[in-house]
Design a protein around this ligand. Structure first.
Ligand SMILES: [Zn+2]
Ligand SMILES: [Zn+2]
Ligand SMILES: [Zn+2]
Ligand SMILES: [Zn+2]
Length: 482
């Protein structure tokens, strides 16, 4: 492992942080002072980044906004929201633009986000080496160099793929002589270090390499959260952190069983040993499990050997394996039908089928089941698109108790779901409910998202509006209006 440049260590120590060796984990980021919930622990710009959609412009190359985009008229690959962002990127894009413009249309189609990230990384290194753009203690290639590649653990098939990708990058940048082996190693670094850049509603919009943030290890019960404003990354504390605490974020969706989480973590090359993973199986039957035959019992079931029957762990009532199997296959059949409606854009039909699926899943699964939760999330999305606000609200509300159970109290998903609820209630003129939901949303999101972004200002605006409306309705003489 290459040691991190001293300047970064100094920068971190100024923020109350240090790199330490964590038993069983290698390097990690620890606090050297206290942090309060919502406080920014670390923030920074990516060393290199790219929007995820390349040929169709979906985000500005520089600030990642999705509005008013215009493409670079020369290469037709880079998109900008205006001349300010275009100018900011010009020194780098100038070289990239020339390289991309020389490609045939077929080669242009091979520009995946990963390939483009590499092209931009190499160009940035070149420009910093030539001092065309400045490098600083926290913005220099040495930090990328110090990232772990886990190359010795990568399987042969993947190595071949990395070699092919390195060749493609060489074809795109013929003027720069690349060390192909080193380039393949950097691809491996991307796989375990690059971060998905998301918009405030956690929709993925791009990929970026943030070497300082890559020092933060994963936990399935993290004490911090990574979010983005534009392409700037912010890591905020989710709870009070005392001195000498390891900072952790989650690399994956945490509302999942231990098996699923470990599977999602595979390409990072470590086995999570967080408290949740060690406790493991306890919560899993609840997350993926079947419900008790007794409608009034909230126990979860565990299969007998051979899955001939499932026994409730609370009241010992048995559920027949055949009945469970029949219901499951019925749901599976309908799911195929529903997803074919979705892919053909028939949201109306898809909604009707998912509604039946949801009813069947309620009979089959425990109310905290992740499968049932995902169906309800799908229904919420479908009814939002159909602008059926009443149905959307019903499904949105049904997800909240599950969110509150599967996520920690200050998780962005919890805040965002309350926000969606509040917006729907406001639309439907359930003003008091809207005020409650927006208040809950603001309580969570001010910790996870901070208070300064446009996104948060909009939320605070809506909250004020709801508050004013409720107090108007409650003021003497206006009680009858609602
Ligand atoms: Zn922009
Ligand atoms: Zn261009
Ligand atoms: Zn874990
Ligand atoms: Zn029971």
């Amino acid at each position: 492992m290459v040691s991190l440049p001293e300047q970064l260590e100094r920068e971190l120590s100024g923020r109350g942080l240090a790199i330490a060796s964590i038993p069983g984990k290698g390097r990690g980021l620890v606090t050297t002072r206290r942090f309060f919930p919502g406080e920014v622990i670390l923030c920074g710009e990516p060393y290199a980044s790219t929007p995820n959609k390349i040929l169709v412009g979906s985000n500005c190359d520089h600030c990642f906004t999705s509005s008013n985009l215009r493409k670079c008229s020369v290469c037709r690959v880079a998109w900008y929201c205006g001349s300010v962002c275009q100018k900011e990127e010009w020194k780098l894009h100038q070289l990239e633009c020339r390289a991309i413009s020389a490609l045939t249309d077929d080669r242009k189609k091979m520009l995946t986000p990963t390939i483009r990230l590499m092209v931009r990384l190499i160009l940035r290194r070149k420009l910093q080496n030539e001092k065309v753009i400045p490098s600083t203690g926290t913005d220099n290639y040495g930090l990328v160099d110090a990232l772990e590649s886990h190359i010795s653990e990568v399987d042969d098939k993947q190595l071949v793929l990395y070699a092919q990708m390195a060749n493609l990058v060489q074809l795109i940048l013929p003027a720069i002589e690349l060390d192909l082996k080193e380039t393949a190693h950097i691809f491996s670094k991307f796989s375990c270090n690059a971060h998905t850049i998301c918009d405030p509603e956690l929709r993925p919009v791009g990929t970026g390499l943030f070497p300082a943030i890559s020092t933060i290890n994963h936990s399935c019960v993290p004490n911090a959260v990574l979010l983005f404003e534009g392409r700037t990354a912010y890591v905020r504390a989710l709870q009070p952190l005392s001195n000498n605490t390891e900072v952790s974020i989650s690399y994956i969706e945490t509302a999942a069983t231990t098996l699923k989480r470990h599977n999602d973590l595979k390409h990072y090359f470590f086995t999570c040993t967080c408290p949740r993973c060690i406790k493991g199986s306890e919560e899993d039957p609840l997350l993926e499990g079947y419900r008790c035959k007794d409608q009034n019992c909230d126990g979860f079931l565990l299969p007998d050997s051979g899955k001939k029957a499932y026994t409730c762990q609370k009241c010992s009532m048995c559920r027949d394996g055949e009945e469970v199997k029949k219901l499951s296959s019925e749901i599976l059949l309908l799911s195929d039908k529903a997803s074919s409606f979705v892919s053909s854009g028939n949201n109306n039909e898809a909604g009707s089928v998912y509604k039946i699926i949801e009813q069947l899943e309620r009979k089959l699964y425990h109310s905290f089941s992740i499968t049932l939760l995902h169906t309800r999330e799908t229904l919420l999305k479908l009814y939002m698109e159909l602008q059926d606000w009443r149905s959307a609200l019903m499904y949105c509300r049904s997800t909240i108790p599950v969110y509150e159970r599967v996520y920690p109290p200050f998780h962005p998903m919890v805040g965002l779901q309350f926000y969606t609820c509040g917006k729907l209630e406001w639309l439907l003129e359930y003003t008091e409910d809207a005020l409650k939901s927006l208040t809950r949303a603001a309580d969570v999101l001010r910790i996870t998202h901070g208070t300064n972004s446009q996104f948060m200002k909009e939320l605070f605006g809506k909250l004020e509006e709801a508050r004013a409306e409720v107090s108007f309705r409650l003021s003497p003489g206006n009680e009858q209006i609602s």
